[in-house]
Design a protein around this ligand. Structure first.
Ligand SMILES: O=C(O)C(=O)C[C@H](O)[C@H](O)CO
Ligand SMILES: [Mg+2]
Length: 402
């Protein structure tokens, strides 16, 4: 089955998405997500200029060989732009292979390990009371796992806290917005938030929190320790993870479970974190981690060390990633949880899909392939719009982590 054409579709139905479509001489087509928030056109160009010319004429069924060709063959390995582009190719090829087999993708991976995929929703509010209310609303909708983020007193704006309760869109301007940050104010606030949230929601709901890489290991250790009474499901991205051994310090001090990895692009970013059992959940998902072919290796390594998956699933990961991820989640033995932030109606219309949400769980469909397509005519009505993630500064002006 030869690849006859491949093209990149960039569209912005409420936010930017980059999609790769691969066509074959047998009439089968597949699509993959190539969206890298705030750097979309770099991946689009990497695909168009450097990968697509090499793809034409290759046998679409040789997924592993094509993966190795672009990973080893490029000489310049890893990195978010290259691995996102590779992920799009990989996802599209798995889509084609599953369609050729007449099977939903999870069947090719090894079949179902579970009937439904537990997801967590995003509750956020401007202050503690507002956040508690948002958490209770998620609980009413049937969610069994809820992430809670709240504004911090004394800080004008905080990441993850939007005006809209179901969507939040961090890439909010055509030049980066600047936020201000105070670790002291944040650390004083979060334990108070979770005391109230746990009290309101009861013991049966899983609670999660995202620090967004803003603490040092010893600060994260203190936060983890102070949050222990509230039994979090996980504390996410407590510190930046370029220094993998930094997590040892956090681990020595707290039993609060740790999740990290949404910005990772390969197994080498988490090898030490996993093999030293420094984390409990690996967040890297298909689109930024080289696709299904590479995530299978990460999940298999993680399984050895009692680390479970907790795939990234914010709105900047397109429905294509969500569809493929749900097949992976339905199969992978060491599944933990799946992040779920709803896409806008416009996005859902551009990317028709067969997965659905019901009472706290997502269900992948039974259509052959990963179950997501793209309406190209509709996509063309939403041209690319430059949009950046914000940057974050300390109150004295020092540029800080976002
Ligand atoms: O979903 C999360 O946990 C995030 O931290 C979302 C990120 O801000 C977002 O995906 C960045 O592109
Ligand atoms: Mg996060």
């Amino acid at each position: 089955m030869k690849i006859t054409s491949a093209r990149v579709i960039v569209c912005s139905p409420g936010r930017n998405f980059v999609t790769l479509k691969i066509e074959t001489d047998q009439g089968l087509t597949g699509i993959g997500d190539a969206t890298l928030n705030g750097r979309e056109l770099a991946v689009a160009s990497y695909l168009t200029e450097h990968m697509i010319p090499c793809l034409i004429g290759k046998d679409a069924s040789q997924i592993e060989d094509i993966w190795q060709f672009f990973y080893r063959g490029a000489y310049w390995r890893r990195g978010p732009v290259g691995m996102t582009a590779l992920a799009a190719v990989d996802m599209a090829l798995w889509d084609i292979k599953a369609k050729a087999a007449g099977m939903p993708l999870y069947q090719l991976l090894g079949g179902r390990s579970r009937s439904k995929v537990m997801v967590y929703g995003h509750a956020n509010g401007k202050d503690i009371d507002d956040t508690v209310e948002a958490v209770l609303r998620y609980k009413e909708q049937g969610y069994v796992a809820i992430r809670a983020q709240s504004g911090v007193p004394g800080l004008a704006s905080t990441y993850g806290v939007s005006k809209d309760k179901l969507f939040y869109e961090p890439a909010d301007a055509d030049l980066p917005t600047e936020n201000l940050w105070s670790t002291t104010k944040y650390l004083n606030h979060v334990p108070k938030l979770f005391a109230k949230v746990r009290d309101a929601v009861g013991d049966d709901i899983h609670l999660l929190h995202d620090v967004h890489h803003r603490l040092t290991p010893i600060e994260a250790a203190r936060l983890g320790k102070e949050l222990e009474p509230f039994k979090l499901f996980w504390l996410e991205d407590a510190v930046t993870a370029e220094l993998q051994e930094g997590f040892r310090l956090i681990r020595q001090h707290t039993t609060t479970p740790l999740a990290v990895g949404e910005v990772f692009s390969s197994i080498y970013d988490c090898q030490q974190l996993i093999s030293e059992q420094l984390i409990d959940y690996i967040r890297t998902t298909l689109v930024h981690g080289g696709g299904i072919t590479h995530l299978r290796r990460i999940a298999a390594l993680a399984e050895l060390y009692h680390v479970r998956t907790g795939f990234h699933g914010a709105t900047d990961l397109s429905p294509v990633t969500m569809g493929a991820a749900l097949h992976f989640d339905s199969w992978v033995p060491n599944f933990g949880i799946q992040e779920y932030m709803r896409h806008t109606e416009a996005t859902d219309e551009v990317f028709p899909h067969d997965y659905h949400f019901n009472a706290g769980f997502l269900y992948c469909g039974e259509t052959p392939g990963h179950g997501v397509t793209i309406d190209e005519k509709l996509a063309a009505k939403y041209p690319y719009q430059r949009a950046y993630l914000p940057v974050n500064r300390l109150e004295d002006g020092t540029l800080f982590n976002w």
